[in-house]
Design a protein around this ligand. Sequence first.
Ligand code: ATP
Length: 335
Amino acid sequence: MNDSITSPNTERKHCIGILTSGGDAPGMNAAVRAVTRAAIYNGFDVKAIYRGYKGLLSGEIVPFKTQNVSNIIQQGGTILKTARCKEFETAEGRKTAYETLQREGIDALVVIGGDGTLTGARIFASEFNFPIVGLPGTIDNDLYGTDTTIGYDTALNTIMQAVDKIRDTATSHERLFFIEVMGRDAGFLALNGAIASGAEAAIIPEIATEVDQLEELIKNGFRKSKNSSIVLVAESPMTGGAMHMAERVKNEYPQYDVRVSILGHLQRGGSPTAHDRILASRMGAAAIDALLEGQRNVMIGIRNEQIVYVPFSKAIKNDKPIDRELLNTLRTLSI
Ligand code: ATP
């Protein structure tokens, strides 16, 4: 069963289930809209699963028509809600999920989420030989095989706007500011956020084991001719976060007037940028194309503006490398 999912014109219509899972990201709604509409356009039924894998276990499932996704492309968050679900990490939990799918007559799934969501999808798909296509929905941009993920561009713009505001006070008081941004395992937000906002430096997990980034900054005289400085720090055990950096400066370089700002959850919210809406729309439609082509266990990615299919095994297993040229650009421009 479920070996291929093709455009239905015989027997009952095939049905596609859709869910959002893990951390919410701006553009998830645009993706839900695109998947729903592209599926219906191609003759499928659609069922929305609420609260990610949790809803798959508890059966929180609602048939979706085109009007269920009207007026959501501009909304942040996810109308399907999202949740973490520990039970789905157990074989028993996944069996319950499979039983729900059978009961609901769902023939394939499109899941939207980050690394954990796709890991769960991969395990489930192989255990039950069930067709799943994933969309990369995470502000962290930490999935391999895609240039960017849904939500990343919006979060980056939010960070840039926040840093612009903090800069006003940093300049007025001639302070050194450490601004903490999200990115547990990945410094994309910190590094590109620093470049976009004209910050002096970014402290990121990717190079945390190579160099003492704070020491390097101080050694290179990062304040140079300036009276105020802004450094973006990725929130990660690898960097220790902005508080840790500030403590170090207070102890090791007490001459600096140092402050910390943690941007936190405001980075996840807000209306998606045009870039994220278009990306989510293209990827959502591509998920249905992929299922029609008989693809399964792939994440939809984008490389050089072209849609690509990335096997789950590649998307989640590999660390996405940071572009070292960006680091050099930041260093060059912060003199
Ligand atoms: P973000 O990148 O925004 O944190 P995410 O998708 O990585 O999003 P997680 O909380 O890591 O978010 O994962 C979401 C859900 O995926 C988990 O609550 C769990 O239900 C499922 N999941 C994660 N890892 C596994 C796993 N190893 N096996 C089965 N399911 C998993």
